[in-house]
Design a protein around this ligand. Structure first.
Ligand code: 13P
Length: 260
């Protein structure tokens, strides 16, 4: 997938959904996404118990699915953990790792997150590695330092070939679930910085997709996705409503059409 001609929109359902509600949402998203051109890639990352349901309802559609976390361990006596290759048993493509909610509420540190990314890659999953600063860190002028530390921890443990297979999501913590997205200019500035860091790892890594996440809505998606280094979005709340999620996917389509 060349980032000049592709956008990726992934829903992160977080801990939402029940089997009956999911059925409607997945079916609607699959139907709506079928109208998109091939260069808009769509995914949903669902809670673990529903990965099989996503597989059943999305197989044969253009929508891919995945999980919101994986264990840093391959297998073994790790009660409550889910191994990356268990997710691939159910056809998963994506695994979010290092979401700020896991960093904050489950005390996940940079080394653990890097190990999760490596496990995901080993299993054949595409890790969506989340980075982002808190409001306090931004106010103190530490944004670049914080996200550089978060990204470097992951890049250090990966070969260039592995690093070229990840996806990054820039999610400023202050924009998540607050209704207050970063402005397109604020997001682009950080994405450009991330792009530079990726390029330093190797030419093939420079083209890794960098998604923006944090209060993406149908109303702001087009402006965000129109920025040079914003390759799509990681969508929380709006991914739970098929109409909104599909409108965001459509915004990605519109941006590509305008650029053509
Ligand atoms: P919201 O879109 O609800 O702000 O969540 C963003 C997010 O955390 C996606 O991973």
């Amino acid at each position: 997938m060349s980032r000049e001609r592709a956008k990726l929109v992934v829903g992160n359902w977080k801990m939402h959904g029940r089997i009956d509600v999911n059925a409607g949402l997945l079916t609607e998203v699959a139907a709506g996404a079928s109208a998109l051109q091939n260069d808009v890639y769509v995914g949903v990352c669902v809670p673990f118990p529903y990965v099989g349901q996503a597989q059943a309802l999305l197989s044969g559609s253009v929508v891919r699915w995945g999980v919101q976390d994986v264990s840093a361990h391959a297998h073994g006596a790790y009660t409550g953990e889910v191994a990356a290759d268990m997710a691939t048993d159910f056809g998963s493509t994506y695994a979010i790792v290092g979401h700020s909610e896991r960093r904050a509420y489950h005390f996940e540190g940079p080394e653990l997150i890097a190990e999760k990314a490596r496990r995901a890659l080993d299993a054949g999953l595409t890790p969506i590695v989340c980075v982002g600063e808190t409001l306090e860190e931004r106010d103190e002028g530490l944004t670049q330092e914080v996200i550089a530390t978060q990204l470097d921890a992951v890049l250090t443990v990966l070969t260039e070939e592995q690093a070229a297979r990840i996806v990054i999501a820039y999610e400023p913590v202050w924009a998540i679930g607050t209704g207050q997205s970063a402005t397109a200019a604020q997001a682009q500035e950080v994405h450009a910085f991330l792009r530079g860091k990726l390029a330093a790892k190797g030419a093939s890594v420079a083209n890794v997709l960098i998604l923006y996440g944090g209060s993406v809505k149908p109303e702001n998606a087009q402006e965000l996705f129109g920025q040079q280094d914003i390759d799509g979005g990681l969508i929380g709340g709006a991914s739970l409503k098929s109409k909104d999620f599909l409108a965001i996917c459509q915004a990605a389509q519109t941006v590509l059409q305008k650029a053509a």
